[in-house]
Design a protein around this ligand. Structure first.
Ligand SMILES: Cc1ncc(COP(=O)(O)O)c(C=O)c1O
Length: 412
């Protein structure tokens, strides 16, 4: 028995990448996002359809309840739901009523869904570099890309970390340039206690099931404090159909698409929004806990610098690796962590302009991605660890334990 224990101890003292035992033997838990509450509401929605014979559609009871709940969550304003974050941006762009070929400053770290609608709406996305301390764009980078043709700026709060949106908003207001917030990865994040989505002239959220808040497998929300912009977006989302008291009047008053969300998804949203507060609480707690512990461990891996007075919701952990403090390459360090059972990406490769599609639409883009210095640097300095709100203390401690173990071998 003693011999076996000694063997295990020895194995625990060898990096898993070199044949030792990994810190994390079991995979991290699945998200378990849908439970009995979702099942019950879906039973209700479908049960009611069976009972009454009325098919499930959109603009139903649950959509109305859901939008009201979302507005309450945001602290006021106007919200309508759509079937994806990408289509939510289409609606936002239509709402702004920009002149054709307007330039729109667009982050170089975001989903392609934050870019493609710009071209489809006849405008020009202007790829813009990120801040050197985060994955978000900042005012200096925006200023570098501004021209007479700039009519809007999209700011995405990537990974649940808040961009420096107040100073951006102030600047754009003076210049009379619209601000669109992409809150797809940051539901409930705050700056100076104001929830993201409230800073933009118009804002959008993805509500697909990998996000902090969802309406089922896919979905999205447009949010605006400005009633006029909201109404234009709302009309566009349903072919310009004019509704009165939730009934179609028979009139089509504007150009549009069909971006509507069905009542099944809205019903899931109604349940999920009740869980949102605790999801935000958990992801924030986990991120802050890891941040504190990494500082205490004096690890070369540290949570990246964040904006003062921000409350971040950590859709993932953005880790800055100090290469001067490790004996191996970043890749080797990350491979070792992966072998210890940690879910991570050595590079956050979410540059929407770095893909094949841009070759076909070169003429529609302002500048190539060659000028994205900070983005390129971030690939060399930062990596991301994936977390979920349902991770237990042990799960989170396993992440820290794995970092500690890898540091033991690779820290200078
Ligand atoms: C930052 C960001 N913007 C936009 C989108 C597009 O949203 P959707 O996938 O719901 O169309 C996503 C989704 O991944 C995203 O992460």
């Amino acid at each position: 028995m003693k011999k076996y224990q000694k063997y295990i101890e020895q194995k625990n003292n060898i990096l898993a990448i070199n044949g030792g035992l990994p810190v994390r033997k079991k995979p991290f838990p699945n998200r378990n996002l849908f439970n009995i509450e979702e099942k019950n509401i879906l039973n209700k929605v479908i049960g009611n359809s069976i009972k009454t014979g009325i098919p499930i559609r959109y603009r139903g009871k649950y959509e109305e309840i859901y939008c009201k709940k979302f507005v309450k969550f945001m602290g006021g304003g106007n919200a309508h739901c759509v079937n994806s974050g990408t289509n939510a941006l289409l609606c936002c762009l239509h709402a702004l009523n920009l002149k054709k070929n307007s330039e729109i400053i667009t982050p170089s770290v975001t989903d392609v869904g934050c870019v493609m609608p710009i071209i489809l709406m006849g405008h020009t996305p202007v790829p813009t570099d990120i801040d050197k301390n985060s994955f978000n764009i900042n005012l200096d980078q925006i200023k570098k890309k501004i021209s007479k043709k700039t009519k809007a700026v999209i700011v995405a709060h990537i990974g649940g970390e808040v961009a420096n949106i107040i100073e951006i908003k102030k600047f754009l207001k003076k210049k009379k340039i619209f601000l669109i917030e992409d809150c797809s990865q940051s539901h409930g994040a705050r700056l100076k206690n104001i929830k993201v989505g409230n800073f933009g002239d118009i804002s959008f959220f993805s509500t697909m099931s990998s996000k902090i808040h969802c309406t089922g497998g896919t979905g999205g929300i447009v949010f605006a404090n400005n009633k006029k912009l909201f109404s234009r977006s709302f009309l566009f989302s349903d072919r310009g159909k004019l509704f009165k008291k939730n009934r179609f009047t028979g009139y089509y008053t504007d150009l549009g698409l069909n971006c509507t969300l069905d009542d099944i998804s809205a019903a899931i949203g109604c349940v999920q929004i009740e869980k949102l507060k605790s999801i935000i609480y958990r992801t924030n707690k986990i991120g802050e806990y890891v941040k504190k512990k990494l500082i205490k461990m004096n690890s070369p891996s540290q949570i990246g610098k964040q904006i003062k007075n921000s409350l971040n919701v950590y859709w993932f952990l953005r880790i800055k690796l100090d290469k001067n403090k490790i004996k191996v390459s970043k890749k080797k360090y990350c491979d070792a962590l992966k072998s210890e059972g940690i879910n991570l990406s050595e590079k956050y490769l979410y540059n929407p302009f770095n893909h094949k599609w841009t070759k076909k639409y070169k003429k529609n883009l302002k500048k190539s991605s060659a000028s994205l210095k900070n983005y390129e640097k971030s690939l060399k300095e930062q990596y991301v660890i994936y977390i979920r709100e349902n991770y237990s203390k042990k799960d989170v401690n396993d992440i820290l334990k794995a970092i500690k173990k890898v540091d033991k071998f690779y820290k200078m």
